[in-house]
Design a protein around this ligand. Sequence first.
Ligand code: UD1
Length: 418
Amino acid sequence: MEKFILKGGKKLQGEVFVSVAKNSILPIIAATILSGSKCTIENAPELEDVYVICDLLKSINVKADFKEGSIYLDSSCMVGNEEPDSELVRKMRASFLIMGPMLSRFGRVKISLPGGCNIGSRPIDLHLKGFKALGATIDLGHGFVEAKADKLRGGSIYLDFPSVGATENIMMAAVLADGDTIIENAAEEPEIKDLANFLVKMGAIISGAGTDTIIIKGVKQLKGVSYTPIFDRIEAGTYMVAGALTNSNIKIVGAEEENLRSLIAKLIECGVKLEIGQGFIIINGHDGLSPIDIKTMPYPGFPTDMQSPMMSLMCLAQGTSIVTETVFENRFMHASELKRMGANIKIDGRCAVIEGIKSFSGCNVKATDLRAGAALILAGLVAEGTTTIEDIYHIDRGYVCIEKKLKKLGANIERIQV
Ligand code: UD1
């Protein structure tokens, strides 16, 4: 087991380089199944979730080699009756993203129901509703879901909620279907646009990705390509908050303003000074943090993945701040850990009311999920004394070498084996 030990109070300085987006590369790796040939994903981040999806693809006869920053995938050996390793599927909710590509290419897929972060019930009804609209029959039972279709055909799907995963899965299922598919109330996240760009490079015909209506014209075949996914806006945002919280001057290289508008607006409202450049953002500290209210929403609203990191900042803003979480029903687990560090937070259903405190006090805390873990690291950077964070495997799922990147900025953080 590993832990992070942080000694708070160090100012940060210098540059930090953002890695490729976890939430882009996972669906893109799943989408390589559609090519039935060789694809290379460049600049791949060394993350636990990326290793899991590669292992998952290996369990269905895809060759997946992670070498010198690139992942070389070859799905030409698949025959269509493969069953994905259930242990791996349960390990990560994004595993479910192989369902659309497998169904599209082979007309059949059977997969264990997915797992993932412990932040809510996270059903898959919208994914299945989409597959049904494309002509698939769905059977659920004994912890498995099986989808079948002689040949998928284009259809019209209105999503009751703009689910990121459902939009991606349906888009991937539709690219090889007969005819046109329209997805309405689609998710608009930058990662959806990135996946569409990848599919288009493979030969798919897709318009409207990045808006709430996506139109896909089915094609007969796709080809293997090389691709570099976009930078991780959530990782960039986490370092922006790190700079703000420690009242430091740091440059975040790879932070794209276009994808971070809601966070930038909220940081400015909070009193954080920042400078926006082409492909980078500089945080220039603050002259006192003001309380703010945030409400998480699908993109372009405030991202739920930034809610926990932002809460650490709000804890130190003098006055009352309110967080309303509308995307996941159980995403305040970090609050009780932050309270152990001295935060004054009251939870009422989907709202958290935060009264500003002067400082955090270091203690032993547990990362309960990926972004909750990031929130604790951020609090630890400014806490008085020593903060020990357990269960950091959650953090390794989504942040590349976080302790190395923070150390390079001057933070006092160590990873220890226990
Ligand atoms: C993705 C991201 C995750 C992010 C989330 C919301 C990846 C790998 N993960 O997760 O980091 O926090 O988007 O931005 O990209 N829902 C249903 N039925 C469904 C599907 C979803 O009710 O069939 C609900 C979920 O329970 C949740 C909400 O929709 O309350 C949003 O989920 P969704 O957008 O699907 O998130 P993920 O794709 O799982």
